[in-house]
Design a protein around this ligand. Sequence first.
Ligand SMILES: [Zn+2]
Length: 137
Amino acid sequence: MAIFPQPIISPSPDAVEFWESAREQRLILPFCNACQAHFFYPRSGCPSCGSRDIAWVQASGRGEIYSYCIHYSTSIPELRNAVPFVTALVTLEEGPRMMTCLVDVEPEPMAVHCGMAVEVTFVKSTNGFMVPMFRPT
Ligand SMILES: [Zn+2]
């Protein structure tokens, strides 16, 4: 089974609540109360309408692969022991896309495809954060 990268997380001020929820293995998304849209990544203003009336809402944790890349090498020293690994752009059920890693999947082209259904799981980072990653459903 694939070994996954364990990134070092340093949250921006806008993402502190996201990472605190992730620590409890809950995936939350910013939601704009003005235009009623989810968005990602976390930031203080809505990327669609500019409103700062933002709430955090629970995400289903389900989505599908929009695109992916199997990494057979990396220039990042901390990830050299993790190759091969799969990064993916996942379209969440709520609409936003999230850059992530896939786990519990063989890192080979026959095992991964665009449109594949995935669900969130949480992987502990090198510095103790829980990182949302995705696995096939
Ligand atoms: Zn908005």
